[in-house]
Design a protein around this ligand. Structure first.
Ligand code: PAF
Length: 289
């Protein structure tokens, strides 16, 4: 697998590909690739002629007390996995390639970033939007693929792309889960054995919400209350947020409907995990293993 390290080289390669008529897809990642990322690479492979996988642990989206230093990094392993899944090229720039010493610009999506993760991770989505805008400008792909597991991130990026007239299609890939339902995440490796067992409750709670809605319950507060009880019954969990919101605006809803997003962030021990389901969102989940 070819690994491109500089912005200038990536721009050059992408321009050559476009000139040759190749449809280019970008799968932005921070590395530590797992089956969730690889499913996005496979989706890109289906939709494009050339698949670029970017691997960049973006310091701008980590808070001061977050896990930037210990975030897992293994470029050789990631490049091999990306190639196996159908990636053609890895773009893995050094920090200085992306943020020069005089770097001074932030891309800020206003309303959509105020709630859910945005309320607890100040500046996080500014970091995400800024780096994604830069990656899109460097690679200029026809499409870019993001995971539904980070539903707020996908919504924020779709807003940014629409608002800034960026000429790229954003594709969402379904959440990939372990056999017990835990959503794949690079942070799952931090969980102890007990925490790993408890972590499956996020998905159980979301599925409870989904089944209560399917049997006719519309009262969002009641459903969220039942989900909360289930999560709180576990020894190692602490809910940061658990909400029923409109999937497009991310505003609270009092009545559940098809298209409502049930979303949660839970600390399991010291590890913060997020997950979500869209009510009646057919085909949004795949199970691995
Ligand atoms: O989802 C991620 O891994 C990151 O937020 C992204 C989109 C690669 C930006 O750094």
């Amino acid at each position: 697998m070819e690994v491109v390290r500089s912005v200038a080289e990536m721009r050059k390669r992408a321009a050559e590909l476009r000139e040759a008529g190749s449809v280019v897809a970008l799968v932005p990642t921070m590395g530590a690739l797992h089956e969730g990322h690889l499913s996005l690479v496979r989706i890109a492979r289906e939709l494009a002629d050339t698949v670029v996988v970017s691997i960049f642990v973006n310091p701008a989206q980590f808070g001061p007390s977050e896990d930037l230093e210990r975030y897992p990094r293994d470029l050789d392993r990631d490049a091999a996995l990306a190639a196996e899944a159908g990636g053609d090229l890895v773009f893995a720039p050094a920090i200085g390639e992306i943020y020069s010493a005089r770097y001074d610009t932030v891309v800020h999506v206003q309303r959509l970033t105020r709630r859910l993760c945005g309320a607890f991770r100040p500046g996080h989505f500014d970091g995400v939007c800024t780096v994604v805008a830069k990656l899109l400008n460097i690679v200029r792909p026809s499409l870019a693929v993001f995971g539904q597991k980070d539903a707020q991130q996908a919504a924020v990026i779709e807003r940014m792309v629409a608002d800034l007239d960026m000429d790229v299609e954003i594709v969402r890939g379904p959440t990939v889960r372990e056999p017990d339902g835990l959503a794949m995440s690079s942070r799952n490796v931090y969980l102890s054995i007990e925490e790993r067992a408890d972590a499956a409750v996020l998905h159980e709670a979301l599925e409870l919400g989904r089944s209560l809605h399917a049997t006719g319950e519309k009262d969002a507060a009641k459903v969220v209350g039942s989900m909360r009880e289930l999560i709180e019954a576990k020894e190692t969990t602490e809910i940061q947020y658990l909400v029923a919101v409109d999937a497009a605006t991310l505003e609270d809803v009092s009545e559940l409907a098809d298209g409502t997003l049930l979303a949660t962030a839970v600390h399991v021990g010291a590890t913060r995990l997020i997950d979500n389901v869209v009510l009646d969102g057919a085909g949004e989940t795949t199970v691995h293993g």
